[in-house]
Design a protein around this ligand. Structure first.
Ligand code: PBG
Length: 324
C-alpha cells in the first residue's frame, strides 16, 4: 500500500492515539540520580557549572535521597569529596569516609531506595588520577587491590550495588573476588564497561574536585572513535562477573548503547553525564531550548537506543514531568 491509501498521519491525530502506539516509555524506577557528598553539616554548595546540583553534606544527602524516592526515582549513585587526599586515595576505603557515612544514613532514612556507590580513586587521590601512579602513568595491577578494598568498604556500609568507573583492566574480577571473600556475594556490580575519554565530563570534575593534576585519562579511558573495542571491554566485564554493563557518556554514544543491547543479555545502563546536562541547561538559560521537551526527548533517545537504566542529573525533574 502507498499514499494516498496509506497515510502515516492517521495514527498521529490525537494524543491518545499517539500514546497508544508509542514504542518507548520512560519509567522513573529506571532512573539513577548522581549525588555528591562532602564533609560537614547543613552544607549545600552549588556546582557553578551544573546549576541545581550541589555538593551536599550527609544530612542534606538524606533529604535529597528521600525526595528522589518519593518521586519514584529508582536509585542514587554517590560520589565522595573527602576531607583528605593522598597518593593512593586511602580515604576512599575508610569505614568512616564520606560515602560510607552517606550510605549508612540513606539506608536508614530511605531503606527501599537503591543506593549505588561509584568505585574509583580520582576523587581521593591528590593527583586526581583513577589509580596509583608509577613512572608517570597509572599502574593497573596495584590499583586493583585499592579498588577492591573500597568496594568492600562500601558494601560493609550497606551499599546495594557498587559501580567501578576507573577503567583498570581486571577490576570487575578483583572486586567480585573481594566481595565474595568478605561475605558479600549478593552485592551486584554495575560496571562502567565502555567508558570513553570524553570532554563531556568537564563539569563533573569541578563537582567532584577530581581534575587530573597532570596529563589526561586517555591511557585508561576509551578512544571515542572505537566501537569494536567497546564490545571487547563489555565482553570482558561480563566474563569477569558484571551484573549490569554501562555505556558512558550517553547521547554522543547512542550507537554503542544500541550495540550493547544487541550483543548482551544483561541489563544495559547509560550515563547522561555532566556535560550533557550542562549543555542542555545552558541553552535553556539562554532561551534557546525548551527544558521539559529536551529533557524528556534526551532521556527517551537513550532509552530507545537500549538503556533500561539511565544515570541522569535530571532524574527527579524528569520523574516529576512523567507524573504530572
Ligand atoms: C570518575 C568518574 C567520572 C565521572 C563518573 N565517574 C569522571 C571522569 O572519569 O573524569 C563523570 C560523570 C559525569 O561527567 O557526570 N572516574
Amino acid at each position: 500500500m502507498e499514499f494516498p491509501e496509506l497515510r502515516m498521519r492517521r495514527l498521529r491525530r490525537s494524543a491518545s492515539l499517539r500514546s497508544m502506539v508509542r514504542e518507548t516509555r520512560l519509567d522513573p524506577s529506571g532512573f539513577i540520580l548522581p549525588l555528591f557528598v562532602r564533609p560537614g553539616r547543613g552544607e549545600r554548595r552549588e556546582i557553578s557549572s551544573m546549576p541545581g546540583n550541589f555538593q551536599l553534606s550527609v544530612d542534606e544527602i538524606t533529604k535529597e535521597a528521600a525526595e528522589a524516592h518519593a518521586r519514584g526515582v529508582g536509585g542514587i549513585i554517590l560520589f565522595g569529596i573527602p576531607e583528605t587526599k593522598d597518593a593512593t586515595g586511602s580515604s576512599s576505603f575508610s569505614d568512616d569516609g564520606v560515602v560510607q557515612r552517606a550510605v549508612r544514613a540513606v539506608k536508614e532514612t530511605s531503606p527501599d531506595l537503591v543506593v549505588i556507590t561509584d568505585v574509583c580513586l580520582c576523587e581521593y587521590t591528590d593527583h586526581g588520577h583513577c589509580g596509583v601512579i608509577e613512572d608517570g602513568d597509572v599502574a593497573n595491577d596495584p590499583t586493583l587491590e585499592l579498588l577492591a578494598r573500597q568496594a568492600v568498604s562500601h558494601a560493609r556500609a550497606g551499599a546495594d550495588m557498587v559501580a567501578p568507573s576507573d577503567m583498570m583492566d581486571g577490576r570487575v574480577a578483583a572486586i567480585r573476588d573481594a566481595l565474595d571473600q568478605e561475605d558479600y556475594p549478593n552485592t551486584p556490580i554495575l560496571s562502567y564497561a565502555a567508558k570513553y575519554a570524553s570532554g563531556f565530563y568537564g563539569p563533573f570534575r569541578e563537582a567532584a574536585e577530581s581534575t587530573p593534576q597532570f596529563g589526561d585519562r586517555r591511557s585508561y579511558q576509551m578512544d571515542p572513535a572505537n566501537t569494536r573495542e567497546a564490545l571487547r571491554e563489555m565482553a570482558l566485564d561480563v566474563a569477569e562477573g558484571a551484573d549490569i554493563i554501562m555505556v558512558k557518556p550517553a547521547m554522543p554514544y547512542l550507537d554503542i548503547i544500541h550495540a550493547a543491547r544487541q550483543e548482551f543479555s544483561l541489563p544495559v545502563a547509560a550515563y547522561q553525564v555532566s556535560g550533557e546536562f550542562s549543555m542542555i541547561v545552558a541553552a535553556v538559560e539562554r532561551g534557546w531550548l525548551d527544558r521539559r521537551t529536551v529533557v524528556l526527548e534526551s532521556l527517551t533517545s537513550i532509552r530507545r537506543a537500549g538503556a533500561g537504566i539511565i544515570l541522569t542529573y535530571f532524574a527527579v525533574e524528569a520523574a516529576e514531568y512523567l507524573q504530572g
